[in-house]
Design a protein around this ligand. Structure first.
Ligand code: ATP
Length: 282
């Protein structure tokens, strides 16, 4: 049996530059991982099947599961005959903007690389992974990175200064393609990519908090006002910076002290079912 930890990601920044000929948006995002993890185990089977075992009924366990898709891709690409049972212990909120499915897919590729003793470099897994999801290359490495293109052009950056993140997911699921469809590129919204890069280069916590920004926040925030309410609540109750992650609806606030994080937690816990106090990993 092989085990893999699959951490959630948050966007420190997310900018969309233009719509490409292939229909995807050209993005610029700075992302990092947080200590909120799914745990996956992998076991060889006697037959050739891929079996995904996940307790939560709202997560697909058939070929729609991104871990299944990743396993199928690995089997086909490396001509693997023997099947695999993938068990997912799901903790990351689903359809939240925290890359829950992508991180499971990435963990599946890393896990199968070990289970079948393939010894393929991570760069090769990234080239494969982009076929099933734009966040998968980042999730294969985790860490902190500047991602461009569709999300596959990765430049590693310093990990963020030590901080707590209070992550709140209102009780609604958002479909990323839907938000990208609604995005109007003629409407401007400031994204502080350069400032965020400087903050990470110099380990400047205050600048990092001031540079948190997301081009999709006004799009999702207009549809679901809870997003702005949570953000304001976090800032009013001691978060040093707060922003929506990905296409939302998860919002996080940063603090340096645990006590301050608990204060923010208490402030938003009443209006959200899912709230977590976690460390930034990076
Ligand atoms: P991203 O931040 O990459 O846009 P997300 O956090 O918004 O992702 P996910 O949690 O990955 O969204 O879920 C998006 C969709 O993927 C849901 O409809 C869910 O049913 C489906 N899905 C497929 N595989 C998984 C998985 N392993 N875990 C969670 N959701 C999955």
């Amino acid at each position: 049996m092989i085990y893999e930890t699959a951490p959630a990601k948050i966007n420190l920044t997310l900018d969309t530059l233009f719509k490409r000929d292939d229909g995807f948006h050209e993005v610029e995002m700075i992302m990092t991982t947080i200590d909120l993890n799914d745990r996956l185990s992998f076991e060889l089977r006697k037959d050739q099947n891929i079996v995904v075992d996940v307790e939560q009924s709202y997560v697909p366990s058939d070929s729609k599961n991104l871990a299944y898709k990743a396993a199928e891709l690995m089997k086909k690409n490396y001509n693997l005959k023997q099947g695999v049972t993938i068990t997912i212990d799901k903790n990351i909120p689903v359809s939240a903007g925290l890359a829950g499915g992508s991180t499971d897919a990435a963990a599946t590729m890393r896990g199968m690389n070990r289970l079948y003793k393939l010894n393929r470099p991570l760069e090769e897994l990234c080239e494969l992974g982009i076929q099933i999801g734009t966040d998968i290359p980042f999730c294969i490495y985790g860490k902190t990175a500047f991602c461009k293109g569709k999300g596959e052009l990765i430049r590693f950056m310093n990990r963020p200064p030590s901080a707590w993140a209070v992550v709140a997911k209102p009780d609604l699921g958002i479909s990323s393609p839907d938000i990208f469809r609604k995005l109007d590129l003629t409407q401007t919204h400031e994204v502080y990519t350069k400032a965020c890069e400087t903050a990470l280069d110099t380990g400047d916590y205050e600048l990092l908090c001031n540079s948190l920004s997301n081009r999709l926040e006004p799009v999702s925030g207009k549809m679901y006002t809870e997003i702005y309410k949570i953000k304001e609540n976090m800032l009013k109750n001691g978060a040093d910076g707060a922003v929506m992650s990905g296409s939302g609806p998860a919002v996080y606030g940063l603090t340096q002290k645990e006590r301050q994080a608990k204060h923010v937690y208490n402030a938003v816990n009443g209006c959200c079912n899912e709230v977590y106090v976690v460390r930034l990993l990076g």
